[in-house]
Each structure stands twice: as C-alpha cells, then as structure tokens.
Design a binder for this molecule. Structure first.
Ligand code: SF4
Ligand code: SF4
Length: 493
C-alpha cells in the first residue's frame, strides 16, 4: 500500500534539487527566496522610475522592454526547462508577506470564487487591455499596471487568510501554474510514512506563532522529536496545498514555505520527467474551470498573436463597416470574445460530445469528465504557441536592453552594436520547433487519455481531439507565418 502511494504522489526522479550543494542550501534558507525577490523588486523599482520619468517610447524604456520582451520570453523558457521560478521570485510577494501576517485572523476567500473563473476573466481582460491600450507601447501605463499589481496583492492578502491573489486572481501566476504542469520539477514529500505520524502538519499549517512554543512529538519508530514554533517560524502553504497529497504543480508558487516549515525535513523539490502529471488522471481535477482555463489559454495565445498580424486590421475594418461600429474597444471585445472564448468553448464541447458519441460512452463518462481527461493535452500545444510568440519578441529585442539601460543611466546608448538585424531563419526554426514539438507532445497525451478511457475504441475517441489539436497548430503556423509587428525593437518601430 505504501509503495503504491509512493509511486502515485512522488515523482519518480531521484534528484532532489534541495540536496544539491549551495543551491539547495540557499533555497532552503529562511530568507533564501529573497535572493530572487530582491533583484526582481529592484528591477520593478527601475521599471517604475523609467516608466514615469523616462522617454515614452516603447523601444527606449525599461518599463516596456523588460516586461513585454524579456520577462515574457524568459518565463516560458524557464517554465519548460526548470519550473515556476518566476512565482518563486515574485516581488509582489514581498508586501504580500507582510499583509499575510496581518491577516492571520482574516476570512477565507468567498467560496463562490474559489475556482479559476476569476483568473480566466483576468487573463481575458489583461490581453484585451494590452491590445486596446497598446500597453506594450506605453511605459507610463505599464508602470501603472505594476503599481496595480502590488496594490492588489497587498489588499487581497491583508483581507483573506489564504493567498487568494496567487491562487484565484493573478493572471501572471495563473499562466505560470498552467505551464508549470509541463515543468521538470515538483514539490513532493520524501517519505509518506513520516507524514502519517506527523502531528502539526506544518507544511500547510505553518510553524509561525507570535510567542515561542516547543512541542515534543511522537514520530514513527517510537522516537520523539522536538518541534519549535515561534515568531521566526514560517507561514504554511499560502495556496493551502498539503504536501503529502500534492500530485500537480497547478497551484504551487514554488515558495518553498512548506519545505521550511516541515519539522521533519521531509519535503524535496524533485526532478521528474517533464509534464509527468499530464499523463496522470489523478493529478487533474475534473472541473470545468480548470479544463477551460487550460483550453482557453491556448485560444488566447492564438488571439494574442492574431492581434499583431495584418488580417486583424482587415477584420477590424470589416466589423466597423458592416455593423457601423466606431469604438475600437467594442470591436476588439467582439474579436476577443469570439476567438478567445466562444469559438474554443464551442469546439471543446463539440469534441467532447463527438468523442462520447463515437465511442458510445455517454453513459459512462459525463461531458465534464471527458473534457477533463483531454484538457491536459492542451498544455504542451499552448506552451508551444506561447514559446513561438514570446521567443520571437525575445530573440528580436534581446540585446536592446543594453542601450536602453545605458540611456537610463544617462549614457550614450550603443544602438549600433546592440540593435543588429535579427536572424529570422533562426527565429522561424525556434517557432517551428515550439509548435511541432508541442503538437507531438499533446497528441501523445491525448492518445494516452483515449487509450485509458476507450481502450479498443481509442481511435474514434481520439479523433475529435487530435483534429482539434492539429487545427490549432495549423492556425498557429499560418499566424506566425504572417508579418508580425516587432514590438519593442527600434528596428521596426
Ligand atoms: S510534509 Fe512535513 S509537515 Fe507536512 S505532513 Fe509531512 S512531515 Fe508533516
Ligand atoms: S508552500 Fe505550497 S505553494 Fe509553496 S512550494 Fe510548498 S506546496 Fe508550493
């Protein structure tokens, strides 16, 4: 029984990142997270200064270059290659930590909102605002978005006990949660037996108390263990994950608070096969909100890229002429609602219905369960689309940060040296690898889900999903094959 549990919960990887010399010690240290947070906080401060006082030109201001070119490009690569390091180093968590301590007696987030619908709406509106207000082109507005983020995280953490901002609201965190399910690392307990005899469950309850408390716990094997709580202790898991039951990265901010709070040193950051949980039905809740979050993020990826290619302008003009619309916001809202929500929701419901009909399993699996079984297959294809999009901007504008920073310091920006024409063949190759790699990975996950659900009828059960995934990638190849606005580069601005 114990062996079965171990294989279910613990990633099969043998390497615990926290056991590595230096880096492991650093990450586990009480203030280890500050090593990432303080530089990112300083960067946020620089962005605010340049955003409010620097040149209001997208390609010449840190406030636009850094988040819209570098942050986005690096975040998708880091999620794929390492894990949710940007949530780990998130500077918005610093005021949040103070707010959370103030809210120890606060309330839980309203039950009706304890799901991903708010986060889905947040993602939708941030992509819409990004396009409508040309956020990428406005250092001043981007600076206000950063301030809004600090304020929202502080207020929500002060009012509610759990990390409501990270878990239910933050669009950036939600994006990271979804694609960290493809990452090669995961929080996991080392020995589930120890958790069974653990008294305080500090990983979720925390070891922080205003006054020092010493407890002596009975542990496995009849031994005792002195456990200390106090003002130096750690708050428990902000997103209320219970370490022995973690099967997914979906709501893990990689804060490592559970590691620091566990009195038995029983939690590791295990290396696993990338996206391992995408093949494990136990790791994914059969919830509409989670399934649609994953699927709509793929659609929003396409819509976001579509907003930068010529056909979108023709479509905007057509909508304006045909329906007599003269509000750009309304026109964009229609395009985003159609392509980012209505169409993908309809196609998903259709694929789920066809899958059940073709395999005659309607009595066995509900539509919700069917869609939930195939939803994880949309993670790699979505990640591939975001990689194709964001690395495009990153590779084009990567070195422009140097002259922009030189100008921020009042020096002469060396634009000649650091603004060379990009190698478009290399960029196209990276995009193609992202899209095709994502598709193949997704098809493999969908095929496994079909085998698990339908066995001998796996082929007809897979067909609607495979066609959907292939259609998504063909659409992406078409979009990325069109001339795209090269935002954040003086070469083209
Ligand atoms: S992970 Fe640590 S704190 Fe949590 S239940 Fe297991 S032993 Fe206890
Ligand atoms: S405390 Fe929660 S969110 Fe933080 S690393 Fe542990 S499981 Fe993840």
């Amino acid at each position: 029984m114990a062996a079965r549990k171990q294989s279910l919960y613990r990633p099969r990887g043998l390497i615990d990142v926290l056991d590595l010399p230096l880096i492991g010690r650093l990450l586990k240290a009480r203030r280890g997270r500050l090593v990432l947070q303080i530089p990112l906080l300083l960067i946020a401060a620089l962005l605010l200064i340049d955003g409010f006082t620097g040149p209001q030109s997208a390609a010449r201001n840190l406030a636009t270059i850094t988040p819209w070119v570098h942050y986005r490009g690096l975040v998708v690569l880091v999620l794929l290659l390492a894990g949710n390091l940007f949530c780990m180093g998130c500077p918005f968590m610093l005021p949040r930590t103070l707010a959370k301590r103030l809210s120890l007696r606060g309330r839980r987030f309203p039950r009706a909102l304890r799901n991903k619908w708010v986060a889905i709406a947040g993602l939708f509106f941030i992509f819409l605002l990004y396009e409508w207000l040309d956020l990428w082109a406005s250092p001043w507005l981007t600076a206000w978005v950063i301030i809004g983020y600090f304020a929202a995280s502080f207020v929500l953490e002060a009012v509610f006990t759990e990390s409501a901002f990270c878990k239910y609201v933050c669009p950036l965190g939600t994006f990271n949660f979804v694609y960290s399910t493809a990452s090669p690392t995961q929080i996991s307990v080392k020995d589930p037996q120890i958790c069974q005899s653990c008294v305080g469950k500090e990983c979720v309850n925390g070891s922080y108390t205003p006054e020092p408390v010493i407890r002596v716990d009975q542990i496995a094997g009849g031994q005792t263990k002195e456990v200390r709580h106090g003002p130096e202790g750690t708050l428990g898991c902000g997103t209320l994950l219970f370490a022995p039951q973690i099967k997914s990265n979906l709501e893990c901010t990689l804060c490592l608070d559970c590691v620091r709070a566990c009195p038995h040193d029983n939690i590791g950051l295990m290396v696993r096969s990338p996206g391992r949980e995408l093949l494990q039905p136990e790791a994914w809740p059969q919830r509409w909100d989670v399934s649609f979050l994953v699927i709509l993020l793929v659609a929003m990826g396409l819509t976001n890229a579509f907003g930068m290619v010529p056909p979108v302008y023709a479509l905007q003009q057509w909508l304006a002429d045909t329906f007599g619309l003269n509000s750009e916001l309304l026109i964009l809202l229609i395009i985003f609602a159609l392509t980012g929500v209505l169409l993908p929701v309809s196609i998903t419901l259709l694929a789920g219905t066809l899958s059940r009909r073709l395999t005659r399993t309607g009595h066995k699996y509900s539509l919700r369960a069917t869609i939930a079984a195939f939803a994880p297959a949309f993670v790699p294809v979505g990640l591939g689309i975001w990689i194709a999009h964001y690395t495009f901007h990153l590779l084009i504008g990567f070195w422009t940060i140097v002259p922009v920073f030189q100008e921020f310091l009042g020096l002469q920006g060396d634009w000649v040296r650091f603004n060379a024409a990009p190698n478009m063949d290399l960029i196209s190759a990276v995009q193609l690898v992202g899209l095709i790699g994502g598709l193949l990975w997704s098809l493999m996950i969908a095929q496994r889900a079909a085998m698990r659900l339908y066995r001998r009828d796996a082929v007809p059960g897979l067909l609607p999903w495979a066609l959907t995934l292939i259609g998504v990638v063909l659409l992406a190849v078409w979009i990325f094959g069109l001339p795209m606005e090269m935002r954040g580069s003086t070469l083209f601005s």
